[in-house]
Design a binder for this molecule. Sequence first.
Ligand code: NAD
Length: 361
Amino acid sequence: MDRRQFTKTSALALAATPLRSFAQAPGPQKPVGFAAVGLGSISDIFMRACANSQTAKITALVTGHPAEKGSKYAAMYGIPQTSIYTYEQYERLADNKDVDAVYIGLPNSMHCEYTVRAARIGKHVLCEKPMAVSSAECRTMIQECRTANVKLMIAYRVHYDPTWQQAMQIIDSGGIGDIQSFQGGFFNQQRAGTWRLSRKLGGGGSVLDLGIYPLNAIRHLTREEPTSFTAVVSTRDFSGRFAEVEQSVEWTMKLPSGIIASCGCSYGQIAPGFLTINGDKGYLQMQPAFLYDGVHMVGRVNGQPIDVLGTGKSPFQFALEAEHFADCIRQNKRPESPGEEGLKDMLAIEAIYKAGGTPIA
Ligand code: NAD
């Protein structure tokens, strides 16, 4: 079944699929157990983060390569061989009492399917960004997790970075006055052949993967939802790399208060990720803004210069993120970055693509 069919039929299928169990919180002393789903680069970092955590622990692995990658990570993190699963064996996680939640580190177009399948076996879901590849899929994920009474969080790691939290406090306390404008961008180079350049797996190009950072930043920092969009989508590398997805996008958004946001992203540029947020009394600038550590923030706040260099070392953002989700499961709290946050980004991404003349849906 392809992704679209899966989304369309999942609500109907749920009615016919008995729920195995409702998720439980682990006992008071026990860390929340995560199954890492997809053992690629981001899961590698997430697993390292959990290795030093008191409250989040990797207790199972789901991989297409159980003998190689599965055994390697099982040995590193003390996971029994019986807790290594293939994608086809995913539903067997239901019977593993050490697994409370899944961490989904798969290509974008697989997020919806593996979230829904986890919900149906009563496991909480921490899903990587972008939440999915369409707003319809995001809605399906939210509905399925709600029906199964499991928590759904999207892995917006910078929300948990203290430097970002300080930026939020400065803005909320009026330290830069009323925000007038925002600029932000995130860029890298993608080599030919990666799943990120496949429409089927990536769902789209640099906006879904990188543009989502400045997009989420302005939404997160202002708590406003953009209402109007202009966009230019462009590819200037004709080597064949970008046969299926776009290379670069620059776009503007207007927020309800009148804030103008100008953002950019590209799969063909080497440049630092940055953001600038200008108020009528001061400003904040972050560069690098979106890296795993070393976020650097300068600005003029309450009339004074500030210069803040994040001191945490990678993978500390992932540890804070995992521990936040573990706490939500234990305390039955709503995550700070729930599925609804991912849906709002996806709605804006669809509007950006539409404004640029390349709808993704
Ligand atoms: P990756 O290519 O390193 O890992 C993907 C994993 O999925 C691999 O283990 C691969 O074997 C597995 N997989 C299963 N089926 C696959 C298929 N059909 N095609 C390709 N791979 C398949 O990718 P990644 O960089 O770890 O990205 C995974 C997800 O994490 C993406 O959604 C990405 O946007 C997200 N991500 C988030 C951050 C962040 O900072 N939060 C950073 C990087 C990636």
